[in-house]
Design a protein around this ligand. Structure first.
Ligand SMILES: [Zn+2]
Length: 447
């Protein structure tokens, strides 16, 4: 039963997530000491048992190799085993189908990244603090969770660290309370958030406002090591303008605020989290050399974070649109037009093996550059096919209808077909299903 459930949960990660329940809210109380690299946590999880004929006799949370204390379900001690990253729980009084229940878990130990085909992901100790970027399966490296992208919940996270450190999480900082030598930071993320998008950084950061003088502008904040502040102001200076453009193109920004962190570390790539993006020191050069990535991560707030893939087969819906947002920003900020960037990407892809199916690339290729580039090209080809008016109407409708929910490729092709007012089967088969690279259509009126 468990394996059948798991396969349905996540074809690429059958050992993560559980469909037998859905989390509504995580309340996490954490304490982290960088000097000993020790994390102590307690979680109160509000969940709903799935509908069905049976009570919830057993379920699992994903949690890495920590020492766990007792587990309570609805306040009563529950039988549990903790092995291979799964905390399997049998409640003393199984919740009825469809009923709300609470789980309480305590854990402690040295957090370690989760091993994956892409190296360690999740909680990572840095030279002076910690960084958490969990996409796609790193969340159990620091808290017990239902680790599937289709389970989105709200969060209240309280984290105590030595007072020299700053804690940065996505969402609103509710309180910062100093004790004798430590400080407790309390953040709230009310928007539905999948586990992989709960990002975090702990470090000696300075806070910088990226102010937009327009009334009603989205609050934007940066957390940056002091030595990098001059670069940051140059490299992120146009982000408020980018935010205005993306709201015009993609609809209202989906969260209460947007925060960026620049860690004092080299990161291969920046990573998006909910209301937050994490960059490396190597993404600053003081000359806007990586501005396309500033656009890419911001665009994920709509594509991926608000409108989330139901499972990882559909990752092009995240990366194709974030890539295309890079090209749109270029086009609208005085750089090369999207069509020129698409033509260059098309030339690059034409020279590479054409053996990837964009709509289901397989786990080992979900972060292949070709998913990003062909994804961006598919979006551009659709724009060329529909024309700007219909295309941008489709984008705004997509982000509005599916705001804070989860989607599949079939949802997108149905929405595009509706906006086109004619069948697009041949178009989508060529771009999404067939590995061969289709020719790029002629450019649009403006691009
Ligand atoms: Zn991305």
């Amino acid at each position: 039963m468990d394996s059948t459930q798991a396969v349905a949960t996540s074809p690429y990660f059958p050992d993560h997530g559980d469909l037998r329940y859905q989390v509504r809210h995580y309340e996490l109380t954490l304490d982290y000491r960088p000097e000993t690299d020790r994390l102590t946590g307690s979680a109160r999880i509000e969940a709903l048992a799935a509908q069905g004929p049976d009570r919830l006799r057993e379920f699992a949370l994903d949690l890495a190799d920590f020492r766990t204390g007792r587990v309570l379900v609805d306040g009563r001690a529950a039988h549990h085993t903790h092995r291979g990253g799964r905390l399997r729980i049998r409640p003393a009084e199984p919740p009825a189908a469809g009923a709300a229940f609470t789980v309480e878990v305590r854990w402690s130990g040295r957090p370690k990244p989760v091993r994956s085909p892409w190296g360690g992901i999740g909680w990572t100790e840095t030279t002076d603090g910690a960084l958490v970027a969990s996409q796609p399966v790193g969340a159990p490296s620091w808290f017990p969770c239902n680790d599937r992208p289709s389970d989105k919940a709200s969060y209240l996270i309280s984290l105590t660290v030595p007072s020299a450190y700053t804690v940065v999480l996505g969402g609103r900082l509710l309180a910062r309370t100093a004790h004798a030598s430590t400080t407790t930071w309390v953040y709230e993320q009310p928007a539905p958030t999948p586990t992989y998008l709960v990002g975090l950084s702990i470090g000696p950061y300075r806070a910088v406002r990226l102010d937009d003088p327009q009334p009603g502008a989205v609050p934007q904040l940066g957390y940056v090591p002091a030595r990098l502040l001059p670069y940051f102001e140059a490299d992120f200076g146009r982000q408020p303008r980018m935010m205005r453009l993306f709201q015009e193109l993609f609809g209202r920004y989906p969260f209460g605020e947007y925060t960026v962190v620049v860690a004092d570390e080299e990161l291969d790539v920046p990573v998006e989290a909910q209301g937050l993006s994490l960059f490396g020191a190597n993404h600053l050069d003081g000359q806007r050399g990586w501005e396309r990535l500033v656009a890419h991560e911001l665009a994920h707030q709509w594509f991926g974070n608000s409108v989330t893939v139901a499972d990882w087969r559909h990752i092009w819906l995240n990366e194709g649109f974030a890539k295309y947002a890079e090209w749109l920003w270029s086009e609208r900020s005085g750089g090369p037009a999207a069509h020129a960037l698409a033509a260059a990407a098309h030339r690059r892809l034409a020279a590479l093996p054409q053996d990837l199916r964009l709509a289901d690339p397989g786990r080992s290729r979900m972060f292949d550059d070709r998913v990003y580039e062909r994804g961006g090209l598919t979006v551009h080809a659709l724009r060329c096919t529909l024309g700007d008016r219909t295309f941008f109407g489709l984008l705004r409708d997509w982000t509005t209808v599916h705001r804070h929910s989860t989607v599949t490729t079939a949802d997108f092709t149905a929405a595009a077909t509706w906006h086109a007012g004619r069948p697009l089967d041949a178009f989508f088969t060529a771009w999404l299903t067939e590995p061969a690279l289709p020719p790029l259509p002629a450019g649009t009126e403006s691009g």
